[in-house]
Write a protein that binds this ligand. Structure first.
Ligand code: F0G
Length: 455
């Protein structure tokens, strides 16, 4: 088969800045060895996140001019509402400024201190929002989902037995069940339709609503088309619609598969929670017809949601990650297999097998990629998910991953080739990579702002 090309051409470009190794060493020191604190212009290839970082299309930029900035009842709201109702089949659309705001508004309306919410894996903000309210966030992904090297077509699946055990034992504390697709924390791995259907039935049996975290629902739908028997010939849009049909509601960060730089929403099937949700929305985000978004953002999202479901785009999108995976395989670098939708997750333990977890190997590898080639990834390991307890001891995460997340429609194949070369170089020089210790940290989501020193 021929090379699977980017299904677009470039109309507007943004230069990126080359730096020297010596400059990067200084810049990283100034950032207290935390790449979140670097200036973006000091990064050559920014794979920190796929969230809100992508390129918009000419059609989206055109739509922006059509934004209706009226405070109440803006035309742009109704345009987007129609698109979202059509894709999700849900009656109620509540706009927010991004995903975590959707979570915060929904959780504030529905959860109480002492509750427990099961999920395949909660992402950091979801967990953060719940824990901040005194709610326990429990991850029950299938065992394969925590084994980077094990190949499984749907590593994002929730473990139905463990979910049922929780429902039996802790049912009184569970306001709803969640499922994240794709499973970002576990490697951008998809959830199968069979698993969605079965989890939905299980929750129904225990009388619990089903809320999906659907930031990357289009990528998940494409994986179902490519990997799940019976869906080979189903249009992705119909697959997405079936996915939503099993849920009672969803939270969405539109900064991912919505193909926009900012935006999010809640959708709900019934109006049971709607008054409470809208009250919280007005307090935290804004009036119900704009939430936290400008009219022009609503317009860009109405176009972006459609573009994010185009199959040529999705096929290229998933191939991008697979391609980098093939290059890493050739270099002997381990990663979460198979590659996920929006990112490649390097298994830092395969590069730094001897570094103790106390020195945060995935964080160390992140720093090394920046120093070697100006690449910025993100640690998904014990800085992100570990905790310093009251008594000064630490908890650690089960995996030490470095996520390289790809902004949508932004980097070309030669950027990926360059990155593969840098990673191979880092692996070859791994003996010189230094670990870190944390010298300052906040109580929640410490990876964003903590400061480190070399050990
Ligand atoms: N849920 C998932 C699965 C996410 O990946 C994110 C964000 C959110 C919720 C929150 O959405 O950022 O719009 O508030 N993930 C980004 C990332 C930040 O880098 O993976 P948000």
């Amino acid at each position: 088969p021929k090379t699977l090309i980017e299904p677009f051409r470039i109309k507007s470009v943004e230069p990126i800045r080359m730096t020297t190794r010596a400059e990067r060493e200084r810049l990283l020191e100034e950032a207290h060895l935390n790449i979140f604190k670097l200036r973006a212009e000091d990064v050559l290839i920014d794979w920190l996140t796929d969230s809100g970082t992508g390129a918009m299309s000419a059609r989206q930029w055109g739509a922006i001019m059509e934004g209706d900035e009226s405070y109440a009842g803006a035309r742009s709201f109704f345009r987007l509402e129609k698109v979202i109702q059509d894709i999700t089949g849900m009656a109620h659309f509540v706009p927010t400024h991004q995903g975590r705001a959707a979570e915060k508004v929904l959780f504030t309306a529905v959860c109480r201190k002492g509750d427990l919410v099961p999920n395949n894996c909660h992402f950091d903000t979801t967990r953060g929002n719940l824990e901040y309210m005194g709610v326990e966030a429990v991850d029950v992904v299938i065992a394969e989902g925590l084994q980077p090297a094990t190949i499984h077509p749907f590593k994002g699946n929730i473990d139905l037995d463990r979910a049922e055990a929780l429902l039996k034992k802790e049912g009184g504390r569970i306001p709803f069940g969640m499922l994240t697709m794709t499973n970002n924390t576990g490697g951008g791995q998809p959830v199968s339709m069979a698993n969605i259907r079965a989890y939905s039935a299980l929750l129904k049996q225990y009388g619990k609503p089903f809320i999906m975290d659907v930031c990357r629902f289009a990528e998940n739908a494409m994986f179902i088309k490519m990997r799940e028997r019976g869906y080979e010939n189903t249009p992705v849009r119909e697959i997405a619609r079936e996915m939503f049909s099993y849920a009672d509601g969803a939270t969405m960060s539109a900064k991912k598969d919505g193909m926009v730089n900012i935006g999010g929403f809640i959708v709900l099937r019934s109006d049971e929670w709607l008054d409470e949700v809208r009250n919280d929305l007005i307090m935290m985000e804004g009036f119900p017809t704009y939430g936290g978004m400008a009219g022009r953002d609503l317009e860009a999202l109405a176009v972006g949601l459609e573009e994010g479901l185009q199959e040529d785009y999705l096929r290229y999108r998933l191939r991008t990650a697979e391609y980098l995976g093939e290059r890493l395989e050739a270099a002997g670098v381990g990663f979460v297999k198979p590659t996920g939708g929006h990112a490649v997750y390097i298994d830092a333990r395969t590069v730094l097998p001897d570094m103790p977890v106390q020195h945060y190997p995935a964080w160390a590898l992140c720093n090394a990629l920046y120093l070697e080639g100006g690449i910025r990834g993100v640690e998904i390991g014990s800085v992100m998910f570990g905790k310093r307890l009251e008594d000064g001891t630490e908890t650690y995460h089960s995996m030490e991953l470095v996520r390289l997340a790809f902004p949508r429609r932004m980097y070309t194949q030669s950027h990926f080739d360059y990155a593969a070369e840098v990673i191979a170089e880092v692996k070859a020089k791994a003996a010189g990579i230094r670990g870190v210790r944390i010298t300052r940290q906040p109580r929640f989501l410490r990876h964003f702002t903590c400061e480190c020193a070399w050990v």
